[in-house]
Design a protein around this ligand. Structure first.
Ligand SMILES: C[S@@+](CC[C@H](N)C(=O)[O-])C[C@H]1O[C@@H](n2cnc3c(N)ncnc32)[C@H](O)[C@@H]1O
Length: 266
């Protein structure tokens, strides 16, 4: 796709869906858009946009394709093992020793898609520190994904494959290939629409989980987000990122490496 066509597509996408592709890696996005157009059976973008504007269902497909909302519970299980066995206990310990024992933790899943990630956190807190007023926030820019998140699904059975049989039984209702997060802790997650690039962040988080979101962004956008996360964390708060992501010089943003995929605010 040449630059002029890409400019036109970016403009249309922003106008129709309010998604600004300017922050996304250009070559990767051009390739994905090209294969999407072919997959939809079109050769030129004008005809495709004319079509999607008459079909809300296809417009939604375009939005889902652009925002890439693939997710699952306990995605990269070993990494979640580290959160369960090391990170959350450390945070709970530091709350106890600083006189915040009765306070709940403040945790944010940024770019939470349909909610598997914040509900994974809700399961862990329900087991590690039950009956405390925890605040778990899940944010995303995709309204459709947030609607499914608030409803607790349905999730495809593959999205719960990393959940142990005991937890599946306790937290899910499973019908054929669909799983519904039915637990009473469904209400323990607050969902909010938010664009990580343009919107303000809440503050004082003990843990921010942002996985498989910024990998699609250009370096400038990514760095800006890491800086804003730093401002949103409490002192010694922890940032947990995706399995294939890395912050090469964490000290430039005020973090120190803290185990695999984790960084602590200095
Ligand atoms: C691949 S999913 C990751 C879901 C979850 N974090 C995980 O790892 O399973 C990426 C999510 O990031 C969201 N996203 C993309 N750009 C965003 C932005 N600028 N602000 C907020 N969310 C964004 C998408 O809508 C999508 O739901």
């Amino acid at each position: 796709m040449d630059d002029i066509v890409y400019e036109k597509v970016m403009h249309q996408v922003n106008k129709i869906l309010s998604i600004d592709l300017e922050s996304y890696k250009e070559e990767q996005m051009k390739r994905r858009l090209g294969s999407w157009l072919t997959r939809c059976g079109y050769e030129d973008w004008d005809a495709y946009f004319k079509f999607v504007l008459t079909s809300p269902e296809d417009l939604l497909k375009l939005r889902n394709f652009l925002t890439i909302n693939v997710t699952e519970f306990f995605r990269d299980r070993e990494r979640w093992g580290q959160i369960e066995e090391k990170i959350i206990p450390i945070i709970l310990q530091s709350h106890s020793s600083s006189g915040l024992k009765t306070e709940g933790l403040r945790i944010w899943s940024a770019g939470c898609s349909t909610g598997a990630e914040p509900y994974t956190l809700a399961i862990l807190l329900n087991e590690l520190a039950p009956n405390k007023p925890h605040y778990i926030l899940g944010t995303d820019l995709d309204k459709g994904a947030l609607d499914r998140a608030r409803a607790g699904g349905p999730y495809h059975i593959d999205e719960v494959k990393n959940v142990s049989p005991e937890r599946q039984k306790k937290y899910f209702e499973i019908e054929k290939d669909k799983a519904y997060f039915r637990s009473s802790i469904l209400k323990s997650v607050t969902f909010k629409e938010q664009n990580l690039i343009t919107d303000q962040y809440e503050k004082d988080f003990d843990l921010i989980v942002c996985r498989n979101v910024v990998i699609y962004f250009k370096n400038d956008a990514k760095n800006e987000i890491y800086k804003k996360f730093h401002g949103a964390l409490r002192k010694s708060g922890i940032l947990f990122i995706g399995g294939t992501e890395i912050i090469p010089r964490p000290n430039e943003f005020g973090y120190k490496s803290f185990g695999v995929s984790c960084y602590i605010k200095e």
